[in-house]
Ligand binder design. Structure first.
Ligand code: 9MR
Length: 573
């Protein structure tokens, strides 16, 4: 059955941030306003008022009112909002939660590392595990992986991050995830007032802490190095291209810890998209590591250049949409956006005229990709735009302004669309709740944040925190989609190790993991059985088998980490 929606008073059950709008959604069929009351932890009424009637909301099927208690701004814990005879979950008024989430959301990446032990000293005993995929029986290892369609050689592709609840490692979501971590740091070099100290060495619990390099870059490098290993060596057919994925030959059961996975590992054919993901992120890395580690920066630029050249020679090598035996497809047969992104990164890093020609000649130039979408693993033009809008480069200033304006216009579309909803959330140029909708929501929040960076307009800043309100429980099921945050937070994500629901000796999702979220297409049997006929925002269930609504991925968590970091930084403005 569909989840119990809980209290009719839906709030951000984690924390509203002081100085920002504070709203709740109340389910009520009343055609006239109803009274609301805000009480503090001691039970005293600290504010009260009347709701605004919003009426029928198509995304949830609920009739709703809005309570606005923005005027109350005293920091504290244990607040409860009452209306229509019901009480909300308790919540705080404080920036402490987003300040913690900026690190918890990044910690997700260390947990997902492959080929290295996950050590208790960094994650605690419950989350520690031996290294996966190093060829220690019964594990097959990524040391010498053959091609699924024989290629006459093997590759050593140890390392990287498992993308999600399975043990595949994929070029196209490693790329955007690594880019978002690096961009989170690179933003602090170029956006006035951005907080670089918050991302310094020693801020994350990872083995590299204390090595003199910002921890977020150490984590991102784990992804970039993996993409470089997936590049076909010189002298081989398709040299310079990047293999689309390395994964199990067949799906494993729930649970399967990484080191117990006995499936053979196989390399997929190279894809243009994965190759351009390496070109883009390694070019970005070459820029950011130039002074931090010049040797790595040089190696990255060489890999990026080779990849770009190979992609141009092989522009239509699409991932196989039917290769679903032991891994997902991440298939995408429009790579014009990846070409633009890679050219933009290479141009920002090198200033070379051939990249400039490719950038200015692209149909995506000046942010036109933002006409329909923000950015996702399959739509990366906007990542190139963010770089060209943020990082000083040789483009005409009118082109840079046009790019910034395109980002702000898209942010306006997002706000207009959100403000029509009963549970307002920026998602997409059309409100879509598909596989990974919470990743789409978090990325839309990134666009709002960037619009604020470029324009300083408060409406965009408010939109970022409204995005967090939705993810933290102001939604039809009172569901916090961030593990460890809120009274009713996601626990049972689809994951082969965080599989407490099927094996009590295993943990639930670690704090800061973002669940995929509502998906009206219901693409797994469990969700289909439980949620048939659901309205879009109600197509969610916190169950380990419901992979099309409750998986986690590196590319959704990278979007959340970027957003939480921004929200922590701007909380005090
Ligand atoms: O995030 C991906 C989503 O955009 C697609 O619609 C979906 C179906 O193709 O696949 C998602 O990615 C999954 C990948 O294919 C396999 N590992 C788990 C990923 C998250 O569910």
């Amino acid at each position: 059955a569909a989840p119990d929606p809980g209290s009719i008073v839906k709030v951000n059950q984690v924390a509203y941030v002081p100085g920002l709008p504070k709203q709740a959604t109340i389910v009520s069929g009343s055609g006239s306003p109803i009274a609301w009351t805000l009480r503090n932890a001691a039970g005293s009424t600290v504010a009260s008022g009347q709701t605004t009637v919003r009426g029928a909301d198509s995304l949830s099927g609920d009739s709703v009112h809005i309570a606005d208690f923005s005027g109350y701004d005293t920091v504290g814990t244990g607040y409860v909002l009452s209306a229509g005879g019901a009480q909300s979950y308790p919540f705080d008024i404080s920036a402490a939660a987003v300040r913690k989430l900026r690190y918890d959301a990044l910690a997700f990446f260390y947990h997902q590392r492959s080929g290295t032990p996950i050590e208790a000293q960094y994650v605690g005993n419950a989350y520690a595990r031996p290294a996966g995929h190093l060829n220690v029986a019964p594990n097959r290892g990524d040391n010498n992986v053959p091609c699924r369609v024989s290629c006459g050689y093997t590759m050593d592709v140890r390392g990287g991050w498992y993308d999600a609840g399975d043990h595949g490692k994929y070029g196209v979501n490693t790329g955007i995830a690594a880019w978002q971590l690096i961009n989170q740091y690179e933003r602090t070099l170029h956006v006035a007032g951005a907080d670089r100290a918050a991302l310094a060495d020693g801020t994350l619990a990872i083995p590299e802490r204390g090595n003199g390099v910002p921890d977020i870059l150490d984590e991102a490098r784990w992804g970039v190095e993996f993409l470089m290993k997936m590049q076909i060596p010189t002298g081989r057919t398709d040299a310079g291209m990047v293999r689309h994925k390395v994964s199990d030959e067949n799906w494993t059961a729930l649970p399967t810890r990484p080191e117990q996975d006995a499936q053979p590992r196989v390399l997929a054919a190279p894809s243009t998209a994965a190759t351009l993901n390496l070109a883009a992120t390694a070019a970005q890395a070459a820029r950011v590591w130039k002074t931090i580690d010049p040797t790595f920066a040089d190696r990255a630029l060489t890999a990026a250049t080779r990849a770009y050249t190979a992609a141009k020679a092989n522009p239509t090598r699409y991932a196989d949409p039917n290769d679903t035996n032991g891994s997902g497809t991440y298939a995408d047969n429009n790579v014009s956006d990846e070409f633009y992104w890679a050219a933009a990164e290479l141009y920002a890093t090198t200033g070379a005229s051939n990249y400039r020609t490719d950038v200015t000649g692209s149909p995506h130039f000046r942010g036109t990709g933002f006409a329909t979408h923000g950015f996702e693993w399959w739509w990366t033009a906007g990542l190139g735009d963010v770089t060209l809008a943020m990082v000083p480069n040789g483009l005409a200033s009118s082109d840079v302004s046009a790019t910034r304006n395109a980002i702000a216009s898209y942010a306006d579309q997002l706000l207009t669309q959100a403000n029509r909803q009963g549970y307002p959330v920026a998602t997409h140029s059309q409100p879509l709740f598909v596989w990974g909708s919470n990743g789409i929501v978090a990325n839309a929040g990134n666009v709002l944040a960037l619009a604020y960076d470029f324009t300083g307009q408060q409406k965009y800043r408010a939109g970022v925190y409204q995005t967090l309100d939705y993810l933290f429980g102001r939604n039809p099921y009172n569901q916090s989609y961030v593990a460890g945050y809120g009274e009713r937070a996601t626990r049972n994500v689809h994951h082969r190790f965080w599989a407490n629901q099927v094996d009590a000796s295993l943990p639930t999702a670690p704090a800061g993991s973002l669940a995929g979220g509502p998906n009206h297409e219901l693409q797994d049997p469990y969700a289909q059985a439980q949620l048939a006929g659901c309205r879009p925002q109600k197509c969610y269930i916190d169950h380990i088998e419901a992979y099309s609504v409750n998986e986690v991925t590196i590319n959704w968590n990278s979007a959340l980490a970027w957003l939480a970091n921004w929200a922590a930084e701007k909380a005090g403005d």
